[in-house]
Design a protein around this ligand. Structure first.
Ligand SMILES: NC(=O)c1ccc[n+]([C@@H]2O[C@H](COP(=O)([O-])OP(=O)(O)OC[C@H]3O[C@@H](n4cnc5c(N)ncnc54)[C@H](OP(=O)(O)O)[C@@H]3O)[C@@H](O)[C@H]2O)c1
Length: 345
């Protein structure tokens, strides 16, 4: 039975990935020696595996795991798991490279103050930032809002990340300027779910509500559509950075586990999930390719690895992304979050 499931999965995945570019972390991740990486949601499945593969094959100086606060033992547990997995299964560090230091940094994307503290702590410790992976995310059937009153998917998946990005722009821009071999990247983890955003894409007049009149899939889709717009605007406004938005594929991770606790339909359809899902090791290639490949065209959305162009018309709409950028800027200004130095173009 399991062989049948595997065959079906390979067939399905194979057809969905026809034409995808091959990317093998062991072969294709370049040296990241001396570089600094920050990954949000890296205690979770895709973020953690991104840290492991970058450390295993790229050997950056430091990787920051930015995730929800937890007690000291739990943080140490996350760090040790990443270090342990980095050394297993073909890690190429045979003494030639300095081991990557892994550090945990508190981040709650639903609270502006926490995002500010995370950025401040990072800036107090580092002068450069080479790879920023905006990976954390939730999908939840329950309605809710963030501390500042935004719909919780939009507030966490998009707005919290947009704020973190803006606060971390100064070290990224100076890294791009000061280091001759610089290749500063922003990886924006979106989703094919952006296609389920509500009509018009983003309901600007309702973002500071719980958006209870649309489905949870639409609330998630709206946030993931916004992230594609963020990647495009960032690329246009900051050409010294390389930005890509990705869909990592369908993968059974912490997100699905959390959703299954809330949704009977998800529990009932769970036995079918292995037929349409891929392992974390496959999904994470999207993150890794976007973080390191010379083939990335800045500002594009890729689904799957290396294939641009599958996003919806709303996601391609430059007027929508410009409006979102300006709306976001205004929200941050009204909340007193952006001083002169972090104000955007
Ligand atoms: N898995 C898929 O099929 C799939 C498909 C398309 C896109 N994606 C995207 O892939 C990304 C990674 O998700 P995943 O599948 O690896 O799920 P995951 O295992 O649940 O990881 C998500 C991470 O985000 C963290 N997080 C949750 N709320 C947060 C908050 N308020 N502030 C900071 N961090 C928070 C989680 O922390 P806790 O675990 O402590 O809650 C977790 O570490 C997400 O953006 C997701 O939308 C996934």
């Amino acid at each position: 039975m399991s062989q049948l499931m595997d065959a079906a999965r390979v067939t399905l995945f194979g057809s969905r990935n026809a034409g995808k570019r091959s990317f093998e972390p062991a072969r294709d991740i370049p040296s990241l020696s001396g570089k600094v990486v920050l990954i949000t949601g890296a205690a979770g499945d895709l973020g953690r595996q991104t840290a492991v593969e970058l450390a295993r094959y790229g050997h950056p100086a430091r990787i920051y795991i930015a995730d929800l606060p937890r007690d000291a033992d739990a943080k140490q547990g996350v760090i040790e798991r990443i270090q342990c997995e980095t050394q297993s299964d073909g890690g190429s560090n045979d003494g030639k490279y300095e081991a990557t230091e892994v550090r945990f940094i508190d981040l709650d994307l639903t609270v502006f103050e926490s995002v500010q503290k995370c950025a401040a702590e990072f800036l107090a410790r580092e002068q450069r930032l080479d790879i920023l992976v905006l990976n954390a995310g939730i999908i939840s059937a329950k309605i809710g809002t963030t501390r500042e009153g935004y719909e919780k998917h939009f507030g966490l998946n998009y707005l919290g990340h947009a704020l973190l990005l803006r606060l971390l722009l100064p070290p990224m821009l100076s890294t791009a300027q000061q280091h001759t071999s610089a290749d500063v990247r922003v990886v924006v983890v979106s989703s094919e779910g952006h296609a389920i955003a509500p009509a018009g894409g983003i309901q600007f007049d309702k973002l500071k509500t719980n958006c209870a009149d649309i489905s949870y899939a639409q609330r998630y889709g709206q946030s993931k559509l916004a992230l594609i717009g963020l990647a495009r605007e960032l690329a246009q406004r900051y050409p010294s950075l390389t930005t890509a938005a990705v869909h990592p594929g369908r993968i059974i991770t912490g997100m699905a586990t959390a959703l299954s606790k809330e949704s009977l339909l998800v529990r009932l359809t769970a036995p079918l999930a292995p037929l349409v899902c891929v392992p974390v090791s496959i999904g994470v290639k999207n993150h890794l390719w976007a973080a390191t490949s010379p083939d990335v065209t800045s500002g594009k959305y890729y689904e799957p690895v290396g294939l641009p162009g599958k996003e919806t018309n709303d996601a391609k709409d430059p007027d929508l992304s410009r409006r979102l950028w300006e709306w976001t800027e205004q929200e941050f200004k009204s909340a007193g979050l952006l001083g002169e130095q972090t104000s955007l173009h």
